[in-house]
Each structure stands twice: as C-alpha cells, then as structure tokens.
Design a protein around this ligand. Sequence first.
Ligand code: CNA
Length: 251
Amino acid sequence: MIEGLDTLKQWVEESNNIVFFGGAGVSTESGIPDFRSVDGLYHQKYDYPPETILSHTFFMRKTSEFYKFYKDKLLLEGAKPNAAHLKLAELEEMGKLKAVITQNIDGLHQLAGSKEVLELHGSVQRNNCMKCGKFYDFQEVKERVEKASELNPKDKDYMVPKCDCGATIKPDVVLYEEGLDDNVITKSIRYISNADMLIIGGTSLVVYPAAGLIHYYHGRKLVLVNLSPTAQDSSADLIVRGKIGEVFSQL
Ligand code: CNA
C-alpha cells in the first residue's frame, strides 16, 4: 500500500475544483524520459546538457545538433497516455478537475481526452516555418527530419526540417531563454488560485517561472505525487512517494 494514498483518495472525493500541475515524470511511464531521474536525459550521453541544447541560442547557432537531440529524445512516435493521463481526463469528465497545467510538450494529455490543457512550454505537435509561418504537424516534421538525415552528417542542414519555401521549421516549444505565453500564464494563475485542491506530479519543480505558479494556490490540499523529493516538499500538505501512473490507477 502506498503511503498517503487513502488521504489522496478521500481528498479527491471531497473536492470539485481540482487543478493538476505536472511535468516530465507524468510521461516516463509512457516511455518518454524525463530530465532529472536516474534514467532521465541528464544521465544519458550527450555533448551538451539538455538545457543547453534546448536553448534559443543553441537552436539558432547549432540547428543541426539541436535536431539530432530532438529527434532522438522528443520526437518519439507511438507514445501512449498512461494511467495518470487517463485518470486526469476522467476526473475532468466527472466535473471534478478544472484544468491540467503541464510543463510537458508531448501532447499526451490531449490524447488521453483532457480538454482544458494549459501547455506552459508549448508542444511538439505544432511547428511553424520561421520565414513564412506555414504550419506543420508532428508527423510532417518527423518526415522532414528523416529526409534531412539523408544529408551528409557534416552538412549544416543535416536533420534540419525545411519548409516548402526553403526556410527552417521551428517547433512551437518554449526553449530556454524564451518567454512563456502571457495568456497561458494568466489562465494558469486563475485556475490555481481558485482551486480547492492542487495536485502536483512528476516534476522536480526547479524550472522557473513555471514552478513559481504553484505559489498562487492558497488552499489546504496541496498534494505532491513524485518519485523523488522536490524543491517544494516543505510546502505540501500531503506527499505521495510513488510512480504517478500506479498511484492514479488506484484512485
Ligand atoms: P524533471 O526535472 O525531469 O523532473 C521530473 C521529476 O519527475 C523528477 O523529480 C522525478 O523524480 C519525477 N518522476 C519521474 N518519473 C516519475 C513517475 N513515474 N512518477 C512520479 N514521479 C516521477 O522534469 P520537469 O518537468 O520538472 O522539468 C521541466 C522541463 C522538462 C520542462 O520544460 C519539460 O518541457 C521538460 N521535459 C518534458 C518532457 C515531456 O514533454 N514528456 C520530457 C522531458 C523533459
């Protein structure tokens, strides 16, 4: 029996204005690695740390290197929602959960059926040409990355997806050094400050400004569901230490 699960269950039953705030740990049970766990991206072999590769400067200066990493680690086809994504969609359908606020860029909450999903860091499902703005979905970008991987690895455009107009396509993902969308922030603050229960899961809570949003919660049911300790454990009313998919499948 996971410690704290009974209390979590009871609080979910009592609440009807739940907001969920999550991160990469929500999708690890779907096969997408996170950044900081033992088998997350930080522990894999790359010439630069993920935060450097996923920065605006790096994207502009070393676009080919960026896309090599992006293809391996973030353009993952076939990932399916796990029990956590599915339970959140179910709670929304029941009218108990009002919004999912996520730092993830994988689109799995929507795939699970969640409607009100606030993507703080954008999504790999949306991409645009940097010159003419033309829209490309996940599949189209993946195909163009694959086509560009036929180039010589020393070519500056190796693995770089190109628009029909010839310019580079950029994912609608908030890179380090880039600002978050004001509208998404405002809505997130509104949901969190009105929530009667805030469940935070699968996030190390070290990436700002996203992690700072949880301070807008003023209630007494702040729950942290995470495998490892986080930067905000002392603010929690309840800590459930476990795999989020396993925990949510028992709610
Ligand atoms: P992080 O810093 O990698 O932290 C993940 C946290 O989740 C760690 O504390 C883990 O202990 C915990 N964790 C891992 N697996 C589980 C699990 N099954 N159940 C419960 N807890 C688990 O990730 P954050 O989201 O906090 O960092 C923010 C970055 C990571 C965001 O900008 C994301 O865009 C970025 N990211 C997103 C994805 C994705 O979209 N799936 C993947 C990798 C990184």
